[in-house]
Design a protein around this ligand. Sequence first.
Ligand code: PLP
Length: 394
Amino acid sequence: MKESLINKSGRHFLQIPGPSNVPERVLRAIDRASIDHRGPDFAKLTFRLLEKLKWIFKTSQDVIIYPSSGTGAWEAALVNVLNPGDKILAYETGFFASMWKQLAETIGFQIDWVESNWRHGVDLDAIKLKLEQDTNHTIKAVMVVHNETSNGITSNLFGVRKVLDSVNHPALLLADIVSSLGTCDYQHDEWGVDVAICASQKGLMLPPGLGFNVISEKAKIAARKSKFKKYYWSWEQIMDLNKKGFYPYTPASGLFVGLNESLDILQEEGLEAIFKRHADYSKATRIALDHWGLENYCKVPEQYSQSVTAILIPDGYDADQLMAAILERFNMSLGSGLGKLKGKVFRIGHLGDLNELTLLGTLAGVEMGLELCGVPFNKGGVQLAMNFFTSSQT
Ligand code: PLP
């Protein structure tokens, strides 16, 4: 039986940390007939996009676009540059680092896993020690999640590159920038990342459906030597056909049109302004939660994420119940606790197409939800966030 849908007036507040809200301009751009993905217009679009993407990733290197989610792009990075059974060093920053590890193990890599408590980013000393001990260079790659979406923690990715260089270790640096791109600085070439993994549904403000690998010269050479069996993910075929503006299979052409528009929007605003805006949303969120008397899951202030904040619910309360009440009463979706954080944290996504009022509405929804659910807290966090936006601090 078809469930009857009752319209809820006003806009749904989608404040999960991705998929993020899609700007009207992108929605209008996507709302058109499909184009011939083997025709001249599509080729022109591909060339334009591959050039524009270099700007956002801060690279002069190749960008591969897949019709995939971020998970596909994770797998693609591994199977293109490594050989079956290779050892990878990885750090447990949170749920997504753990998922990536699981994927890598499942498809046959050995993981040297540095365990951690999910409350801070990559410990550079721990990485350094592992690399120093690896005198025979058995570690072929280091996997790092730049921004852990599960707990709102950003790691010092450039620091990992510096550690690799300081001990002269040749391992490739593979970085997940799924929820950092377009919200805080990312410099592919400058930071010496060999393969970056990204997806369309966060800072790029698109619906899910595009996965990206951004590669380095060193990664390209490793790819030529890789004996891992692959077909769909193989960069070689894609890079070959990209020279003519095409893909070896049907690309997500509708999303290509949207990506063209979203990159225009991002270019018009400028990266520095975008990063500043995200830093302000993140700060305003922390001002509110500090006043509420709740705890930020991230323990290290320099590692606070600009795209998402994970908030611990006091003992004896259930974050999932709070989120359900907020959805039911105020039509707002927040991010739930993932893995071992289920029921313990809720996450406020503050990335992509939003402004101060969207954030204040979000914080107001949380503040009202806390009250309705009887969670002990101090009222007035939203007012302080408002004060922040009108103060000279922004
Ligand atoms: N990496 C990070 C940091 C993510 O936040 C996500 C998803 O939210 C993924 C990887 C997995 O991407 P997807 O769900 O698009 O497969």
